[in-house]
Design a protein. Sequence first.
Length: 637
Amino acid sequence: MNDFVFIFVTMKRILFTLSTFICTTVSFAQTATKTHTVAKGETITQIAKKYNTTNNVLFLLNPEAVDGVSENQVIKIPTTAAVQHQVQPKETVYGISKQYNIATKKLYDLNPGLKENGLKIGQFLNLSQTNLSNSKQQSTIGTSTVIVEKGETIYGIAVKNNTTVSVLYELNQGLLENGLKVGQPINIPVSGEVKREIADASKKTKPKTIVVQPKQTIYNIAKTNNVSQEQLMEWNPDLKNGLKDGSTLIVGYSYEKVAFNDHAAPKPIENKPNTVKKGIELSLPNDGSTRDLVLLLPFNIANNNFNNPSINQSIKEDVFLNMTLDFYSGAKMAIDVLKDKNYNLNIKFVDSKETNRALDVNMLKGDFDFSTTDVIIGPFFQKNVDAVSEVFKNQQTIVVSPLSTEKGKPFPRQIHTMPNNEIVKKEMLEYVLSKEEQVIAITDGKKTSKAFYNKNYPDITTLSVTTDEKVSATILKNLLSATKNNYIVLDATSLTTTVELITTLKSLQKDFKIELISLEKLDVLESSDININDLIALKYTFPSVTNDASSAKKDKFVKEYRTIYGKNPSRFATRGYDVTYDVISRMFESDEDSNIFDYGSQHIENKFAYINENGGVYNNAVYILYYDRDLTLKEAK
């Protein structure tokens, strides 16, 4: 611990203004692909440009390339605009999602009807948003309405109106989830009709202009004036030829609404924040300008004097401070590792002064100027992350929640890096159901109700138990399949029920194939009353937001961390490394004007595959782990 404190105190002098500048400022079938052998010094961006594709598509086809490419490495290159996967025999949605590091929910979103109809051998699955019909043009396509008649299907309506199922889902929010209802109005595209912006006769517009100064960039001008680069290009067509010092640039419009009473004073209307389809547009330009990253960490320096020897005792006793310093150490290590990437990045560590009760955002803004900040990592507690997102909701800043598993509020520019409990549960059930075997859930209703299973997973047989109730072997026998594998989902919290159930399942294994499942890693199974060999015999499988299985990559990280800090990394140190490394990589390696959180990635202990849900951005990547016969944890396939 003393080694760690020494390192932290060394950095402490510049904690508020810490600006660490990196470099200048510190065999399966799919839609036609070919291979490329990486040349010496070649980057993923150069390869993408060479083959007229994008970084994000290459990351999709080559998940290992997220950490960079090396000389002689062979990577897949798409030879068609569509990025798809052709379904092979015995493949599952879960397996395909893992192969490409895509969230299963995202696969369902990209392929309407997949969840309802399942996989078909030979079927092509969309892997990227670019596959959706006219997705970029839909905002300009005119629409009309039809009324659903009895017996009609979504496919039938699409064919009848010369469109596609995907377009109908795009134009009708909630249609995919809720299906058709007789008498329901459905939006359909009007072929050839283009919506035009019709000026409201009751409004007058006045352009807001600036004079371009030396060294200004399109990116910085857009960010300063809270507009998108696309808007600047639309208002200033000559920008396609580049910025010219001294030229006048339109950066927005002021609107005056003329009241019906001519004598009334006109009321100014501010530019509205740029609204984005599906609530997300997390792109950063690739114009060579410096990016700003702030790590908002709860050092609480006012209460923690790092020059005083008593700080060692505080670290021992203060769990929250310990967690903070560990996260910081991992983040600092990620920054050092990324120095060789030559990113034009300005990083600052700022004391959030947060507690689990509150965070004073206004005071924080008074202490530090966030006006040019591209990305904020932090705070730690979700309600404090929500408070920061609320204050910056009209700014282009992306706010990253690094530690919380709470669902929080769905802000369009807030990134939930930790899968919440609901996502973890659903991913585990999707994995089990993908096996197409017999699934039996035993629940006491305390964590998951029988009604939840009946409504959302009708294919799962549910058995309700009371607290400490012993599950009858006779009842179980009548539910088990003699020909299929039987997955038993333990969703009860009682130690008595658990011990008795394991004993019963072990006895039934003589006649049935049985595996034990849980929807989270259950504390009750850590009890000394449970024999680890029984869990191994039942191939106990559970979901986890972190990968506890060993790997060469993880072993290397632990060794390097121990060399620097003199101790093994905690879960929070590894989390600090993974989140920081991932965010910085996305800030620079993603394509310009594309969603920087659009591809999956995997680092030391954490993986990231994001979905859009209710206007928010959530990590949907969950590890499925099981106990193997050698007493180690393995990742399920």
